[in-house]
Design a protein around this ligand. Structure first.
Ligand SMILES: [Zn+2]
Ligand SMILES: [Zn+2]
Length: 406
């Protein structure tokens, strides 16, 4: 096998054979995790299982990274770069309705985003790689990350230094993707997923009788004006070919039909595809909220939750094309789908890709892509057979990222 001048002593066929050989074990691990889902930063049993499995493979293990994260280090027999391979391990607050025999035993918690499969595939790949150290030049850092959903565990891990000691040169992860058929991968150079920020606004006016508006300051009328005006950020202020989403998801005010309320509050989310736009939209929100509130005699409090906001996930084109070449070698050119559009959903792997070049890939898991299942659905069941493609790609990238890619 030869990928852009990088050679390995395992051929593509041998890598697929090894991934197929470990498939049954990956299914067993995946179902065990699926049956015992845990929410973000509470993944204690999952983390314990991961740590035990890695130790059994002779991999150096550090636990308690970002509370419930686990990091494994595997040194190849030869010198080379450090490659980080990351899987997220958390589940969602959803009551499962799939009815499968390995359905969640934890009421109200479900692996509905496929992180059970991400974890199982990375463990299975670690198993294969630990038996092939003679083919590895460099170090593989296996990152099992907590709390991808909403809590930004990836950012916490990066802040705690997961990309240093030893310093990571490249990072790779993927997400199961129900809009792509099993047997395919989705690749995109540049932005693949959007940034995600949220904000809270509280407006304070003056309470009064519904029949005497001149004696009060109406927070509801203010909120209505501001919510409408915020939509002009997307329609009038941003480049129409640079996608932005601004959604107000909650609004609360008032106690009775004949009372002018003192307070109104609303919350929203913003998605963008580049860092500049992200910054400008935040500034525009602040300007419009304060400006309209002031015009209507309202005081205002704005709270931007940028600390849990996720940056845009931006793939390094060189590394991404390297990964795509490996995928094509493993399963043919037809397995590689170049995505014309990014997803406006978001992903905290973005925090890693802000620091080191790497790529985030979508792994096709649809048995019937014309009628895809939805991520975060209470009946979400990705096609387990796709784990063969997933494990093969992880192993292929680990074995072929043997030189710093220029
Ligand atoms: Zn999710
Ligand atoms: Zn996810």
């Amino acid at each position: 096998m030869s990928i852009k001048g990088v050679t390995s002593s395992l051929t593509a066929a041998e890598i697929v054979e090894k991934a197929s050989g470990i498939y049954e074990e990956a299914v067993r691990i995946r179902r065990m995790i699926h049956e015992n889902p845990e929410l973000g930063f509470e993944e204690t049993k999952t983390a314990e299982m991961i740590a035990d499995y890695l130790k059994g493979l002779g991999i150096e293990v550090t636990t308690g990274v970002a509370k419930t994260g686990v990091v494994g280090l595997l040194h190849g027999d030869k010198e080379g770069p450090v490659l980080a391979l990351r899987a997220d391990i958390d589940a969602l607050p959803i009551q499962e309705k799939t009815g499968v025999p390995y359905q969640s035993q934890n009421p109200g918690v479900m692996h509905a985003c496929g992180h059970d499969m991400h974890t199982a595939m990375l463990l299975a790949a670690a198993h294969v790689l630990s038996q092939n150290k003679q083919h590895i030049s460099g170090t593989i850092k296996f990152i099992f990350q907590p709390a991808e959903e909403m809590k930004g565990g990836g950012g916490v891990m990066v802040d705690e230094g997961v990309l240093s000691n030893p310093a990571v040169d490249h990072a790779f992860a993927f997400h199961v993707w129900p809009e792509l058929a099993t047997g395919t991968y989705g690749f995109r150079n540049g932005a693949i997923m959007a940034s995600m920020d949220s904000f809270d606004v509280v407006l304070k006016g003056k309470q009064g009788h519904g029949a005497a508006p001149h004696q009060g300051v109406d927070a509801i009328v203010g909120a209505a004006h501001i919510v409408t005006a915020l939509q002009t950020i997307v329609s009038r202020e941003t480049d129409p070919v640079d996608s932005v989403v601004l959604t107000i998801g909650t609004i609360e005010a008032g106690d009775g039909y004949n009372i002018i309320p003192e307070k109104a509050s609303f919350r929203g989310t913003v998605r963008t595809l580049n860092a500049d736009t992200r910054k400008k939209v935040a500034e525009s929100i602040q300007r419009i909220v304060e400006g309209v509130a002031s015009a209507l005699k309202l005081e205002v409090e704005i709270n931007f939750n940028f600390s849990v906001g996720y940056p845009v996930t931006i793939n390094d084109s060189t590394f991404n094309e390297h990964a795509a070449a490996i995928a094509a070698d493993l399963f043919g050119e037809e397995s590689v789908q170049w995505l014309s559009k990014p997803s406006m959903a978001s992903e905290d792997f973005a925090f890693y890709l802000e620091k080191v070049p790497g790529t985030f890939v979508f792994l096709g898991v649809a048995e019937n892509p014309d009628d895809p299942m939805k991520l975060h659905s209470d009946v979400f069941l990705p096609d387990e057979k796709a784990m063969i493609q997933g494990i093969s790609l992880i192993v292929g990238i680990a074995l072929h990222t043997t030189e710093k890619i220029q």
